[in-house]
Write a protein that binds this ligand. Sequence first.
Ligand SMILES: NC(=O)c1ccc[n+]([C@@H]2O[C@H](COP(=O)([O-])OP(=O)(O)OC[C@H]3O[C@@H](n4cnc5c(N)ncnc54)[C@H](OP(=O)(O)O)[C@@H]3O)[C@@H](O)[C@H]2O)c1
Length: 276
Amino acid sequence: MTSIEPSRELIGFIGGGNMASAIIGGLIRQGVAPEHIRVVEPFESTRAALVALHGVQVEAAAGEFLRGTSLIVWAVKPQVFMEAAAPVRAVASNALHLSVMAGIRSGSIAAACGTQRIVRCMPNTPALIGRGMTALFAPAELDDKDRTRAEQVIRTTGDALWVEREEQLDAVTALSGSGPAYVFYFLEAMQEAGQKMGLSAAQARQLAVGTFDGASALAAASPDPLGVLRERVTSKGGTTYAALTSMEGSGVKEAFIRAMQAAQQRAVELGDEFGR
Ligand SMILES: NC(=O)c1ccc[n+]([C@@H]2O[C@H](COP(=O)([O-])OP(=O)(O)OC[C@H]3O[C@@H](n4cnc5c(N)ncnc54)[C@H](OP(=O)(O)O)[C@@H]3O)[C@@H](O)[C@H]2O)c1
């Protein structure tokens, strides 16, 4: 599933920002020839950066150079999708459309691009270093070949999983899409606490980041429930016990759950806004 067969297939990107660049880098590492990748990007310095970094073909506006693309990756901000769609539809309505745009629902993409061949996904920023965690969704009618193709492309940026219902992408947005910011927030708090307790900022940062990294790897490698992993390092009356009891007393977990529900609600609102 992780490797992409070198082929003459043309792949178009609408928007050449961070996410597009992460996926383009992944595709090229997997053997896709840069000259088979065509990017629409209105901002001149971003176009120059894409050429310098990846050697792909870039244009300021969608047009004939996208004709013949069998895959279109949508990586513009949701606000500009509607205006960007019309010129793409004219030349690429036969392609598989893979969207990384937050909030734009598959029905809106179908209507704007004149196709039912759609996969939506929600990546996150670690995709920029090949460590992304992406959830994918496709309407039931989409065939396995298109599903496999979309997953192959996304897997060049990290790990992937499928969700069965489109509204689950709003939960994914709240969990893994926005999740890196929660991790940074938690890391900041750990660093600040470390400094208050006498460590340097650099020491506290290294300890906090290394702990997240190691604990995440441990959780990924273990079949045990997360609560069991936590209990294993929490002996009654010990230091970790003191910290977790304090967190429980302050309602940290409930606050965290409420925060993620707020993110999910916002994702629903954005979907309603852009779907109009
Ligand atoms: N970054 C993330 O972690 C993340 C995670 C999940 C989902 N997403 C979603 O992925 C999408 C792209 O995000 P991003 O972080 O890659 O954003 P970004 O870096 O701002 O990239 C968007 C690019 O699209 C270009 N663009 C604007 N209007 C266009 C048009 N009409 N036609 C073609 N290109 C156009 C922009 O150019 P200008 O600079 O000239 O405007 C910009 O380079 C968004 O929908 C976002 O919600 C991002």
